[in-house]
Ligand binder design. Sequence first.
Ligand code: ATP
Length: 308
Amino acid sequence: MQNEPAVAVTGLVKRYGDKTAVDGLDLTVPRGAITAVLGPNGAGKTTTIETCEGYRRPDAGAVRVLGLDPIADARQLRPRVGVMLQAGGVYAGARAVEMLRHTARLHADPLDVDALVERLGLGSCGRTSYRRLSGGQQQRLALAMAVVGRPELVFLDEPTAGLDPQARRATWDLVRELKRDGVTVIVTTHHMDEAEELADQVAVVDRGRVIATGSPAELRGPEGESSLRFEAPAGLDLAALRKLLPEGVAADEISPGRYRVEAKLGPEVLSAITEWCALAGAAPERLTVQLRSLEDVFLDLTGRDLRS
Ligand code: ATP
């Protein structure tokens, strides 16, 4: 069915021994769009994606990919789904471009291998074995392998991790082109700019669940909502600042001496900040206004503490 979602995950649970990696996760991925899955380290993104790819069996819940079961219907899905794994999933001794040609031959209507090699800057890697490629080249080859079969759906796990800016841009261009060709793309990333740049839909995963979904603009909130940042001596009394600010405006110290106030720039907000600093015998320095970024949203949703 064409209007069925590309991926439908409902109530997915996956445990590793005592550890619950995915804890009742729901995710719907529409066809023909780019969906970015974001989340702190260990949130359960890779486990979820690997379950959709048929590499892991759910402990509970259901996963449908292109209307099929990723494990029971693996043979039907294989030619229709492209997978780029973090670890590459490539035989280390194989020669890079030969392997790509071989993969292309396994598909009925592959992309032009030479054109793909050219645009991903893999031309110089022709006879080099996979293990001798640089990290960035391995990454680009894995991407090429995932898309060469002209799949309907592609899973990309951190496709630009460790890439230089040129290679990142080449990857983004390729992903956008996939979308133009009607391909559904699911990408996990830690780069908020990548999600902003590419994604039609973002799903934020934390502690094994999806805690927010929407377009980057929807997640950022109403237009014009901004945050003010400034520097002042560390450890000032935030409760006093909150009393001076209009009601409901959040203020916090994001790192020692760096403060953030979540509000539109206006006279009341500015006077509250300057009055508060004056009471402390200081002046606000490097005052800047920033539109709320996806990174702000992400940190607000998932917290600022490091995950173990
Ligand atoms: P990252 O952003 O670091 O890639 P992630 O969101 O992809 O993280 P997962 O790799 O899905 O997270 O891991 C979720 C949790 O499950 C983590 O606590 C991880 O340590 C644990 N985990 C993952 N794979 C295994 C495994 N094979 N055996 C035991 N625990 C695992």
